[in-house]
Design a protein. Structure first.
Length: 175
């Protein structure tokens, strides 16, 4: 019997300059399958939770960000399969990968609102704003086709917009 996909969500968070938030996974050094280690916030959907609530919860847990508005969602669920060496280890070996609903969000806060240690178990060690088109080359190879689809579906949000309330963003961490 083939393993099922874990239901999840992902957040393509755009700042006022049209750049997208990405973060470096803490576990990247311990697992070569995770190199190069950057990704957008994402995670599982809790039992009884709708995807829109889940993406806002995951964003808050992983980044401390609670200042964002949902702009759009992918038209369908996107999937990725784990590589063979991870299938039996990740998520207790119960899933073959994830089936995710992705959301484009606009960040309405400032860089000082970002706190990678906001959740109980931090997942990221560093973060930066990057052009959406560059993201597929920065993430783990087994997720690249999914991220390429996100670039296609959300490229219309990778544009500058007026900053809310005179938002001045600080200098993000370097890669």
């Amino acid at each position: 019997m083939r393993l099922p996909y874990r239901k999840g969500v992902g957040a393509a968070l755009f700042n006022a300059r049209g750049l997208v938030f990405i973060a470096r996974r803490i576990d990247a050094q311990a697992n070569p399958s995770f190199a190069p280690a950057w990704q957008m916030p994402q995670g599982g959907i809790d039992k009884g939770e709708d995807p829109r609530s889940a993406v806002l919860r995951e964003l808050k847990e992983e980044t401390g960000i609670d200042k964002a508005v949902i702009l759009a969602e992918t038209g369908h669920w996107l999937r990725y399969d784990l590589p063979g060496d991870l299938t039996g280890r990740v998520w207790g070996g119960r899933y073959r990968g994830q089936e995710q609903k992705w959301f484009a969000l606009r960040f309405t806060g400032n860089d000082g609102d970002i706190d990678l240690e906001a959740g109980e178990e931090p997942e990221f060690s560093d973060w930066k704003w990057a052009p959406l088109s560059s993201i597929p080359d920065l993430i783990v190879p087994f997720k690249r086709p999914l991220y390429e689809e996100i670039v296609i579906q959300f490229s219309r949000f990778a544009v500058s917009v007026p900053e809310p309330h005179g938002n001045k963003e600080g200098k993000p961490a370097s890669p």
